[in-house]
Design a protein. Structure first.
Length: 67
């Protein structure tokens, strides 16, 4: 599965690194890319192992907002 999400609060490389770590900590995430300029995160994942809501929860736990 592929998901493109709008993310609020990503402003620099430190934010990107923290969000990437949270995303990749979910078993089943294959790849992810964050665009600071677009305020988007693209995630490719195997929905047999992880639900999109779980990935979103791991990002929001850091204080970022998915819209």
């Amino acid at each position: 599965m592929k998901a493109v999400l709008k993310i609020v609060g990503i402003n620099n490389s430190t934010d990107v690194r923290k969000a990437q770590q949270a995303i990749s900590s979910n078993t089943g995430v294959i790849a992810s890319e964050i665009s600071v300029s677009k305020k988007e995160v693209t995630i490719i994942y195997n929905e047999s192992y992880v639900k999109l809501d779980d990935i979103i929860d791991s990002i929001e736990a850091l204080g970022y907002i998915i819209i």
